[in-house]
Design a protein around this ligand. Structure first.
Ligand code: ZN
Length: 433
């Protein structure tokens, strides 16, 4: 593809323009000028002296936004860095990510927030927003100073990876965060029920001889947090929902007017527990992959609005970390570079989800959850855009991924739909190595 890096003014012509807010995809052309969307025309061809990027048949959407990314820096640079993680994000079509707090040191102090924002400005390939911890050291005991964290630039609060078992701590966190207009993101697993579990508790955990975590673990945690959100009136977001029962709790809470939102991960939407049959450590995640009924419930929840957005839970681990006995392997898989293609292949191509809904769940959906800028196809918005060839077949492999880690069960599996690259404030970044 032509190098568009240095072009300040140009048209992207003849492309299928996805507008997630209006809920439509229509062929037209977009003028980018000085990093902004200057004009949207419904003409396939444009008469102009400016350079034209012919994008016939490609999909042009607002850049994807991932509100659940583990960038691992500072502290775990052997797994991922801000540089490699944001390069992976851009290659997956993302122009913004929110990074989680379980770094070393933990993001529980304004100095760490500032450090990450500085590193992102120096070495990032996309925008980086910082999620700070709810409690100091993620220990679930003392709440952090949210006011100072927000002033330093934090956009949300989460102890992701850990559930806040002490209900009074969670109540105080919601009250304090609510006063500042910050969303609390909850990782919902009752730690006493999930204790040392390796997968979902079911026929399969018995068959494979692995300790299971029952769906009730997630559902009890979701129920408590919804009740506390109701009590405090504060904003609660449920990370990586994975069970049919949790979906139903969220659906009913929304009906009652509780301010709760939810995300689903690409792996919980497409991979099931039976795939663990060969003990692939890359399929070990928290919460665990569930059964087919849960997957069907998650998909229905995408369609009826119970789930507000898709978030990757991109969790890089080095090969050494994963090359151990199953029960010692850390949970998590990478997901930024394959999310769109996986869901396009498994849901859109099979008629289970409209393409525009997938775009919405990856753009304006996540932006709305955390009240972030972006995610819109509108004149005057920054030209943070993604260009996708919906028909291109490709196979993720270690060599064509930019993440520092390759803990993905999708390597070697053909997917349909390939991100060609992103424009970040109008600057082209190719996705293809
Ligand atoms: Zn989590």
């Amino acid at each position: 593809m032509i190098d568009w890096k240095d072009k300040k003014e140009f048209w992207i012509a003849g492309t299928r323009i996805a507008d997630p807010v209006a809920g439509r995809i229509r062929t037209g052309s977009v003028l980018i000028r000085r990093g902004l969307i200057e004009e949207i025309s419904w003409q396939k061809k444009v008469k102009t002296d400016l350079p034209i990027l012919e994008a016939d048949g490609l999909l042009l959407a607002p850049g994807f936004i991932d509100i659940h990314t583990h960038l691992r820096e500072p502290g775990f640079e052997d797994k991922e860095t801000i540089e490699t993680g944001t390069a992976a994000a851009a290659a997956g079509g993302y122009t913004a990510v929110v990074c989680m707090a379980n770094t070393d040191p933990v993001i529980d102090d304004p100095s760490v927030v500032k450090y990450i924002l500085k590193r992102a400005a120096e070495s990032g390939s996309c925008r980086v927003y910082v999620n700070a911890a709810v409690t100091k050291g993620l220990e679930g005991v003392d709440i952090c100073e949210y006011h100072h964290l927000k002033k330093a630039g934090a956009v949300s609060l989460s102890d992701d990876g850990k559930y806040i078992s002490n209900s009074q701590v969670m109540r105080s966190a919601l009250e304090y965060a609510g006063m500042l207009g910050l969303v609390v993101i909850s990782h919902c697993e009752d730690p006493y029920l999930t204790n040392e579990s390796q997968m979902n508790e079911s026929y399969w955990s018995t068959k494979l001889g692995l300790k299971g975590a029952h769906a009730a673990s997630e559902e009890i945690a979701v129920a408590r947090d919804i009740r506390l959100a109701e009590l405090t009136g504060s904003m609660l977001h449920i990370a990586h929902v994975s069970t049919a029962g949790a979906i139903e709790l969220i659906r009913q809470a929304k009906k009652r007017g509780v301010v709760v939102t939810a995300e689903a991960s690409p792996h919980h939407l497409t991979l099931d527990e039976s795939m663990l049959e060969n003990y692939d450590r890359n399929l070990k995640v928290n919460p665990p992959l569930r059964g087919k009924t849960d997957i069907a419930a998650l998909r229905a929840a995408l369609r009826d609005g119970t789930i507000d957005c898709i978030a990757t839970d991109h969790a890089p681990h080095s090969a050494i970390d994963k090359q151990v006995e199953f029960d010692l392997a850390p949970p998590g898989m990478i997901g930024l570079e394959t999310c769109f293609a996986l869901l396009n292949t498994e849901l859109v191509a099979r008629g289970e989800l409209e393409l525009i809904d997938l775009v919405r769940l990856m753009t304006s959906g996540p932006a709305d959850v955390l009240q972030l800028p972006g995610g819109k196809m509108e004149v005057g918005e920054p030209a943070d855009l993604v260009l996708v060839d919906l028909d291109e077949r490709w196979t993720p492999a270690r060599e064509n991924l930019r993440s520092k880690s390759s803990n993905s069960p999708l390597l070697g599996r053909e997917l349909t739909g390939r991100v060609q690259g992103v424009f970040l404030e109008g600057k082209w970044l190719s996705a293809i190595i």
